[in-house]
Design a protein around this ligand. Structure first.
Ligand code: GDP
Length: 528
């Protein structure tokens, strides 16, 4: 390979940081994203993140559901430059627009920022997203938000991270007061104080200090808060975990930052520390071993397909995470599953709602490819080779419904739609194994049902009926001698589209009972 290309790719990889923000609704993800974009000089976008959420009339031609709800159905990507870094933030939709795409998007990130509301602590959706990150071995950084409000004691929050998520934490900074008394944070690594001042809570001063005993802090914060700070930090120095980069990378330790997104307090130092510590694009695993980002051959995989952004054309956008090499508009690459060369002529990058055409892109970047229906989730594209990246995991659905077609004459189209939409990863499909043939759909978010219904109608002309079932959990069952009779109480046994056995449970208790009754069986959260 040419030396210049090698150097160019290396340089671009080194400066990239691709991450997702994971949080429970209302923790402040939109606000934090906006502030980060502002620092990156992408001021044009600062309002759009919010607008997308609030407005009932989306500015672009996204699919109907999106317009009706004024939300983004599937996650997109925001890119900006800061301090020599190229930052890609992957948006992970929450609320009602939570779906399997939210999980799949995490597979495209190299790290995650876990955003926590200081008063609420670790919440349900955060737990789910955290677990996906942990399984993928993605390093997690924590930002504890809304410090301007009365919240939990920072030590209690650290304890909560450990108890609920099983992760140790290392505070990178520490609050000086909280809520109405908040007057700043002490940066433990840089040995400086960031002071939060003024009635409007916006004036921010950064002062270097000797250490946390420095009189400067005492003068600014007063005796009471300073004594408290000294006491807390002495305890942390003695009893807290030291910062250990290897442990962060291994997902065993999370660096914790305190701040207030809406007041823009602690956000900039968080961003700077984060960019320094967060990993650059990491190798992705393939059938032939890890693919190094700095390889001169372009490769990537599709982690999400977004349908019907333009209803007039019924086109789809396949989101591709670039894993290695250099992407150029118009280049020819191998569509490995299809076994043919294709030309990537209209790649799009996503800046909030604007879609820009990209000419070049590098590992860590996400590009949107025009998809006339040739891509599936997990497809690999590679230059001059047959790289097959590891299959994307499926996630255990939590909401289930029986599906039937309203007009029996449409059965053929129905079957076609069902097959295609399952392949695209819109929903998961299961079949009953008794004498009555039933088709059951499984999703992780209600929105997936709505998208499925909409697309069946809009693209296949089929009206379907969904009947919600009472199951709330699914596990793939691996057992030599499976006995459906053992899955009858508040549960049922079905098969997935590959013929694997899957048990559906009405509650945790039913699942535990089944596990006890079937000691030889393995209960897996993903497909075997
Ligand atoms: P999301 O649902 O996680 O995207 O949350 P938003 O960014 O929409 O924020 C939810 C609410 O919390 C909004 O009313 C924000 O103004 C508010 N909020 C965000 N950050 C802070 C903060 O640092 N302090 C306080 N007091 N409120 C905040």
């Amino acid at each position: 390979m040419s030396q210049t290309l090698q150097t160019e790719i290396q340089k671009e990889v080194d400066k990239r940081r691709t991450f997702a923000i994971i949080s429970h609704p209302d923790a402040g993800k939109t606000t934090l994203t906006e502030k980060l974009l502002l620092f990156g000089g992408a001021i044009r976008l600062a309002g759009t993140v919010k607008a997308r959420k609030a407005s009932r009339h989306a500015t672009s031609d996204w699919m109907e559901i999106e317009k009706q709800r004024g939300i983004s159905v599937t996650s997109s990507v925001m890119q900006f430059d800061y301090n020599g870094h190229r930052v890609n933030i992957l948006d992970t939709p929450g609320h009602q627009d939570f779906s399997e795409d939210t999980y799949r998007t995490l597979t495209a990130a190299d790290s995650a920022v876990m955003l926590i509301d200081v008063a609420k602590g670790v919440e349900a959706q955060t737990i789910k997203l955290f677990q996906v990150c942990r399984k993928r071995g993605i390093p997690i950084f924590t930002f504890i938000n809304k410090l301007d409000r009365e919240g939990k004691n920072p030590f209690d929050l650290m304890e909560e991270l450990e108890q609920v998520l099983g992760i140790r934490s290392v505070p990178m900074n520490w609050p000086i007061g909280m809520g109405r008394d908040l007057c700043g944070v002490y940066d433990r690594m840089k040995k400086q104080v960031e002071l939060f001042q003024g009635d409007d809570h916006t004036t921010i001063q950064v002062r270097p200090v000797e250490d946390y005993n420095d009189n400067v802090i005492r003068e600014m914060a007063g005796e009471f808060l300073h004594d408290q700070l000294v006491q807390d930090l002495e305890l942390l120095d003695v009893a807290g975990d030291p910062f250990d980069f290897d442990k962060v990378r291994a997902g065993e330790l999370t660096p914790v930052f305190f701040g207030s997104a809406v007041n823009n307090f602690g956000v900039q130092t968080f961003l700077e520390n984060f960019l320094q510590l967060a990993p650059k694009p990491t190798p992705r695993n393939s059938l032939d071993g890890p693919v190094e980002p700095t390889s001169d051959k372009f490769s990537g995989y599709v982690f999400k397909i977004q349908a019907n952004m333009n209803p007039a054309h019924r086109d789809r956008i396949a989101f591709l995470r670039i894993c290695s090499g250099r992407f150029e508009r118009g280049m020819s690459v191998r569509h490995v599953r299809a076994g043919k060369e294709i030309k990537l002529s209209q790649p799009q990058q996503f800046l909030a709602q604007d879609r820009d055409i990209v000419d070049v892109a590098y590992p860590g970047d996400i590009i949107g490819l025009f998809d006339p229906g040739i891509f599936r989730i997990g497809d690999s594209l590679a230059q001059g080779g047959n790289i097959v990246f590891d299959e994307l995991p499926t996630f255990p659905p939590e909401i289930f419904a029986k599906v039937t077609v309203k007009n029996a004459l449409k059965h053929k189209q129905y079957q076609k739609g069902l097959d295609q939409l399952t392949e695209e990863g819109t929903i998961q499909v299961f079949h009953s194994i008794g004498s009555i043939e039933e088709t059951i759909l499984g999703v992780v978010g209600q929105l997936q049902f709505e998208v499925f219904e909409h697309r069946m109608r809009a693209e296949y002309g089929v009206e379907i009926q969904l009947q919600r079932m009472s199951f709330q959990a699914a596990r793939w069952i691996v057992d030599e001698q499976i006995d459906p009779g053992k899955f009858r109480i508040n549960s049922t046994l079905v098969k997935d589209k590959k013929g694997n056995y899957v048990a559906l449970f009405e509650n945790e208790y039913a699942m535990r009972t089944a596990m006890e009754k079937n000691p030889t069986a393995k209960f897996l959260e993903t497909q075997p």
